[in-house]
Ligand binder design. Structure first.
Ligand code: FAD
Length: 470
């Protein structure tokens, strides 16, 4: 029986442990903290619990529009919101502990380090397994000059522990974490200003998606300052001042620093094992997630490949299968969906239109606005669209981009098609249930192929192309 030792018990580490033990390995899982990692304790779960409360609150505020009469004031209570996410986190944490017990995984609470290429030291123990998985994750990026003190200027970890919320906040950053918190805090009554270093929010998303997000944020009253690279934050006046060199760009009561994450690759003994990291500190791996040492793998945030929990888990399963000599399916990074729980939701998979262009691909675009869907009207959320990028010569789906309600669910249709190198025609031929938001996927695909059912008659040239694909 092979013995696997896993350093770190987040969505990479505990999933690796579960998968390995289920397939006959002896597994030792080491974590300095309760299992579940950033995802469970400071990331995906607490934030998404907050997102749901905010969504409900926003709906209640519009109760009249839904034909509902609610009397009295509806407001959010930060202490109770925290209580709810802590309860859910604790319940899910117990679930992971039970899963490990069910599979006879040996869990060690302690900070582990590589002592050499084959040995891990933790507490007073040394462990010499057949293979090692480094799954130590990441932490908020430290930024010189930002004076993060945790209480007035904080990271996402700090914010989730704040005992109250400020009247106003500066969010430094324009990525997923920054945008999600902007929507949450705005719903909870905080006056939000985002300071973005670039010209748009969510630069990893398709441009059209950013446009809708920015418009919806502006409508809600979230202020965004673009093209401003903050060089320092200081405690001044009655809160925080954000500087671009000598100039004060914005002020607020508190600041959230959300400028990215850095890998936990220091002080884990990599130098003793001759394992290299890149300039960002990410552990360098090959496509099998092997480090410089073939029986030592590094998966999840620590290898810098993705920064998403489900990607970490997928990498973990591949690495385990490889380590155990089992059949494995390579993770196709292009087919990993990205889900962003802003309001409106955003989700995408595959290439954006700009990426298709940069890669020199010939493509056609199909797009369908949600406002033409009955389900979007029933939900009272008509802003947004589904957009597909389709290879012009072959009809393969290159990318799917959605903004609007349930975007984070419907994106999986695109993920499946891209994973299977499928074609837009396969999606067109798939009957989509009515009335759903997923119908926008079908219509967008029809639009790319020539004519969407619920769009005015258009481009006949593409319609001719579809004949070629079928
Ligand atoms: C605010 C926020 C919201 C997010 N929302 C989402 C989301 O909605 N969807 C999504 O996909 N992703 C989300 N993420 C990202 C997601 O949390 C990470 O991608 C994911 O947690 C990475 O998993 P991991 O197992 O690689 O690392 P981690 O989850 O960071 O786990 C690493 C574990 O290793 C342990 N560890 C570190 N060093 C050692 C050591 N030397 N010895 C023992 N143990 C050690 C740590 O204690 C930790 O438990 C979010 C992140 C944040 C911060």
């Amino acid at each position: 029986m092979k013995h696997l030792a896993i350093l770190g018990g987040g969505p990479a580490g505990y999933v690796a442990a579960s998968h390995a033990a289920a397939h006959g390995a002896r597994v030792t899982l080491i974590d300095a903290k309760p299992l579940g990692g950033t995802c469970l304790h400071q990331g995906c779960i607490p934030t998404k619990v907050l997102v749901e409360s905010c969504a409900l609150l926003e709906k209640f505020k519009r109760a009249d529009a839904f034909g509902l009469k609610i009397s009295g004031e509806i407001s959010a209570d930060w202490t109770s919101l925290k209580g709810r996410f802590n309860e859910i986190v604790s319940m899910l944490g117990d679930g992971i502990d039970q899963l490990m017990a069910d599979r006879d995984v040996t869990c060690i609470r302690g900070y582990g380090r590589l002592l050499d290429q084959s040995t891990i030291g933790v507490n007073d123990q040394t462990i010499s397994p057949d293979a090692i998985l480094i799954c130590t994750g990441s932490r908020p990026k430290a930024q010189l000059g930002f004076n993060v003190d945790g209480s007035v200027i904080g990271t996402s970890d700090d914010l989730l522990n704040w005992s109250d919320l400020p009247a106003s906040i500066l969010i430094i950053g324009s990525g997923i974490i920054a945008c999600e918190f902007a929507c949450i805090l705005d719903s909870l009554g905080v006056d939000v200003t985002i300071v973005a270093s670039g010209a748009r929010l969510m630069s990893s998303a398709d441009k059209d998606v950013s446009v809708v997000l920015q418009r919806e944020m502006r409508k809600r009253g979230i202020k965004v300052i673009f093209n401003s690279r903050i060089t320092s934050l200081s405690h001044g006046g009655s809160g925080v001042e954000a500087f671009c060199e000598e100039n004060i760009i914005a002020t607020a009561e508190r600041a959230l620093v959300a400028v990215g994450r850095q890998p936990n690759s220091q002080d884990i003994g990599l130098e003793r094992a001759d394992i290299s990291v890149n300039t960002n500190g990410d552990i360098v791996v090959d496509d099998l997630y092997r480090t410089d040492v073939p029986h030592v793998y590094a998966v999840g945030d620590v290898n810098g490949r993705s920064g998403l929990a489900h990607a970490a888990s997928a990498q973990a399963k591949q690495a385990v299968d490889h380590a155990l000599g089992r059949h494995y399916t390579m993770v196709r990074e292009r087919a990993i969906p990205v889900a962003v729980f802003t309001s409106p939701e955003i989700a995408y998979v595959g290439r954006s239109e700009d990426e298709a262009k940069q890669d020199g691909l010939e493509y056609v675009i199909g797009k369908f606005d949600l406002r033409a869907l009955g389900r979007a009207h029933a939900l009272g959320e008509i802003s947004g669209f589904v957009k597909v990028v389709v290879a012009k010569d072959t009809g393969h789906l290159l990318g799917l981009h959605a903004v609007g309600p349930h975007a984070t669910e419907i994106v999986h249709e695109g993920a499946l098609v891209i994973q299977k190198y499928g074609k837009a025609e396969d999606m067109r031929a798939t009957v989509h249930a009515h009335p759903t938001i997923a119908e926008a996927v079908l219509e967008a695909v029809e639009d790319a192929l020539g004519q969407a059912t619920h769009k005015p008659l258009s481009n006949k040239r593409q319609l001719n192309d579809v004949l070629q694909y079928s």
